[in-house]
Design a binder for this molecule. Structure first.
Ligand SMILES: *Cc1c(COP(=O)(O)O)cnc(C)c1O
Length: 424
């Protein structure tokens, strides 16, 4: 389906029914699959024949969605996971093991930060958090002999920093390691990191891809472009004793990375999505292109409105011309960034809480990136254990409000903000 526009792929890729079959992706609510001979099942295990044998490893409903997402991102294969966190973990430990090191942008999602700083550290994987805006020469100094990958988010949650993907992929490739990009906030509608040199793309599909806040999920997409056979990745280029001596680079070619992630790590970790959640994700994907357009235009309108209000001290949205990341946003996300904005209210913490509690349409939620407008005041909720100084250190000022702009009529969203500001 290579010649179709991405909008068409959102709807048509993945599942292509034959004569008389269900028009819509069926939910294969089955853990197991029936075969006529043991010999056939043996061939499935040996990966010499394609097919399904156990839903922990693969399921037809999930498989259709994986094919669609691989096509949207321009990869050779994809694997869905039970959550975005599982996708981040599997993508990293498919490459790194105890004694290895990775470099991550410092401004990333809090859950990923904890995974890297606490859990990976405990597993013996060392992580350096860097200022991803630094020059390639500065960043080169962070590379060590045991560095195995570089990690960044296209649009950081919640800092809304934009990654210079070409710079980071050049740095990675100069050092014989891959670049992994978390593309959750941008979605493949607004940016396809593989086109700028990213080797692996991951998502929390719980956000815009699902888009309706109904199903947790994650996905890993393999570009197929990275050469794992350069001596740095023995896990991919030497025999896997746990899979009767399979050498992923030799036996799987371009899909070495994603095959190992599935037959070795998904086999062992079992963070598999349910077929029902994959079905819901697929419905979300069918309107992703339409929803992203509206999320972005609504967010830009709200950001411009907020900029003009006396009671607002600052607005952070990479679609605004005065934003630090405007130029990078124009380069990597020319059609729009995302629906999330952050801003500060004069009067700090107290005013922020009063403003939030007075909103009627926008609900207070921890989630972002679904159809409904939501707000969060990190200083009084997710980050309430931190002092004001600690908050500032991690880029969250006490007055910061994160607003995830939904796809309602933007006049109603602005009117809601207006009536709430009037109460301050
Ligand atoms: C939410 C999120 C995650 C984690 O995903 P879950 O589906 O909640 O596990 C990872 N990365 C980013 C950028 C996110 O926003």
């Amino acid at each position: 389906m290579n010649n179709y526009h991405i909008d068409t792929k959102c709807i048509q890729e993945g599942y292509q029914p034959k004569n008389g079959e269900a028009r819509v992706v069926p939910i294969y609510q089955s853990t197991t699959y029936k075969y006529d001979s043991s010999e056939h099942v043996g061939k499935l295990f040996d990966l010499v024949e394609e097919g399904f044998f156990y839903t922990r490893l693969a399921n037809p409903t999930v498989d259709y969605v994986e094919k669609k997402i691989a096509a949207l991102e321009g990869g050779v294969g994809a694997m869905c996971t039970s959550s975005g966190q599982a996708a981040s973990l599997i993508a990293v430990i498919n490459i790194c093991s105890a004694g290895d090191h990775l470099i991550s942008a410092g401004t990333i999602y809090g859950g990923t930060f904890n995974l890297f700083a606490v859990t990976l550290k405990r597993m013996g994987i060392d992580v350096s958090f860097v200022d991803a805006d630094a020059s390639i020469e500065e960043l080169q100094k962070e590379i060590k002999d045991n560095t195995k990958l570089i990690f960044a988010e296209t649009i950081a949650n919640p800092a809304l920093a934009i990654a210079d993907i070409e710079k980071l992929s050049t740095l990675a490739h100069n050092n014989g390691v891959p670049l992994i990009v978390d593309n959750t906030f941008a979605t493949p509608i607004n940016c396809r990191p593989i086109e700028f040199g990213a080797d692996i793309v991951i998502h929390s599909t719980s956000k815009y891809m699902d888009g309706h806040a109904v199903a947790l999920g994650g996905v890993i997409v393999d570009s197929g472009n990275f050469n794992w056979d350069n001596g740095k990745f023995p896990g991919l280029s030497t025999p896997d004793a746990s899979y009767h001596g399979m050498v992923y680079t030799r036996d799987c070619g371009k899909t070495a990375f994603i095959t190992k992630a599935r037959v070795q790590l998904m086999r062992d970790l079992g963070s598999t999505p349910s077929p029902n959640n994959a079905f819901l994700l697929n419905i979300g994907l069918e309107t992703l292109h339409l929803r992203m357009e509206r999320h972005c235009s609504n967010a830009l309108t709200v950001a411009k409105y907020l900029e003009k209000q006396d009671k607002i001290s600052w607005v952070n949205y990479p679609g605004l011309e005065n934003n630090k990341y405007y130029d990078l946003a124009q380069k990597y996300l020319p059609n729009g960034t995302c629906g999330v904005i952050s801003f500060g209210i004069k009067g700090g913490r107290e005013a922020a809480i009063k403003f939030m509690d007075s909103l009627k349409l926008a609900a207070i939620v921890v989630h972002v990136a679904d159809a409904r407008t939501g707000v969060l005041h990190p200083a009084s909720t997710t980050h309430r254990q931190l002092t004001d100084q600690q908050l500032i250190d991690c880029g969250i000022t006490p007055d910061l409000i994160r607003m995830s702009i939904g796809i309602e009529n933007v006049d109603d969203i602005v009117a809601d903000i207006e009536q709430s500001l009037e109460k301050l």
